[in-house]
Design a protein around this ligand. Structure first.
Ligand code: TRP
Ligand code: SF4
Length: 325
């Protein structure tokens, strides 16, 4: 079985955008590949080094969501980056051979420096972010790395670092390939991309009542001011969710109802909301079980850490002897 590696920075409670982006992809992959999925808590530190207090808690919430949606610790290896110290050692060795200009020209790096204003990101650690990511990936000799487009440059850089490493020290690592997660931009309640920081998210751990309330208030076609105004579904953010969740017949019916002002927005949304709530019901059950037995979450991570640790130790054995130290 080919190995897949992916990580996520601990962002706390996950939302529908995460579910339809990364998570559903991971759920499929865990069936067909040897998957290593991990909490990238050292990567969180590259931007949040001055206030790391929330990282642990966020990591725990994220893992709860992973388990709730069905990532199965028996099928995939779930672990925490900072528990596997070999990542730091490999990062150090890779940093020796990585030319600084490769890092400086990285488009994601340049974009983040521009966007995360108010934070001093002119640090050594932040520049080396993709080198640490390369270590994460090749530690497990991954062939495939499922990530969104923003992360593709990091995988490309990983390939370049691998080529350089193998040239100097012998063919130890395979070149990983990116498995692009098609991120149909998942709309938030205000029509912008769903994001925790925009305060427009439906969380996987929201109760059915909250989901109904939130989606009931979701933005619609601004042209439908009054009930009797006809609307255009394609201009309605809520309708994007209909397209994901509803049957073709339901989509057809609400589209017609919208264009003819035959249906009110709340009734229209109810058609979609019931599917969203139903999809999330099993997550809630799983989560409730884990909340009753929090030690199960720790056990799942501890077991994953052990497997990752073993593989990492094996790889570093090869690396140390190849480098000759
Ligand atoms: N940088 C990734 C992100 O922000 C997280 C990450 C860290 C990662 N290490 C990785 C993803 C290794 C894939 C493989 O989303
Ligand atoms: Fe959107 Fe439905 Fe309202 Fe039309 S009727 S604007 S599709 S919520």
């Amino acid at each position: 079985m080919e190995t897949v590696v992916s990580g996520a920075r601990p962002t706390g409670r996950l939302h529908l955008g995460h579910l339809h982006g990364a998570l559903k992809n991971w759920l499929r992959l865990q069936k067909d590949y040897r998957c290593f999925f991990f909490i990238a808590d050292w990567h969180a530190l590259t931007t949040d080094y001055s206030s790391p207090q929330g990282i642990q808690q966020s990591a725990r919430e994220m893992v709860m969501d992973w388990l709730s949606v069905g990532l199965d610790p028996k099928q995939c290896v779930l672990f925490r980056q900072s528990s596997i110290k070999e990542h730091a050692e490999l990062h150090l060795l890779l940093s020796m051979i990585t030319p600084v200009p490769w890092l400086e020209r990285n488009p994601t790096y340049k974009e983040q420096i521009r966007e995360l204003v108010g934070r001093d990101l002119s640090t050594y650690g932040f520049l080396g972010y993709p080198v640490l990511q390369a270590a994460d990936i090749i530690m497990y000799k991954a062939r495939k790395v499922p990530v969104g487009v923003d992360q593709a440059p990091h995988v490309e850089l990983t390939r370049e670092i691998v080529r350089r490493f193998n040239q100097f020290y012998g063919p130890i690592f395979p070149e990983p390939e990116v498995l692009l997660t098609e991120t149909q931009r998942f709309p938030g309640l205000d029509g912008r991309k769903m994001s925790k920081s925009y305060n427009n998210a439906v969380f996987l751990s929201d109760l059915p009542k909250e989901i109904e309330q939130k989606l009931g208030r979701m933005m619609t076609d601004p042209a439908r001011v009054r009930r009797q105004d006809p609307g255009e579904p394609e201009k309605c953010p809520a309708f994007q969710l209909h397209k994901i969740y509803c049957t073709p017949q339901e989509i057809e019916e609400v589209s017609q109802g919208c264009r003819s002002a035959g249906i009110g927005c709340l009734d229209c949304k109810r058609v979609m909301i019931k599917h969203v709530v139903a999809e999330m019901e099993p997550f809630r059950e799983k989560r409730a079980a884990y909340e009753k037995r929090p030690a199960d979450v720790d056990d799942a991570l501890a077991a994953g850490n052990r497997v990752a640790q073993e593989k990492a130790a094996e790889t570093m054995g090869e690396v140390r002897s190849a480098v000759g130290l």
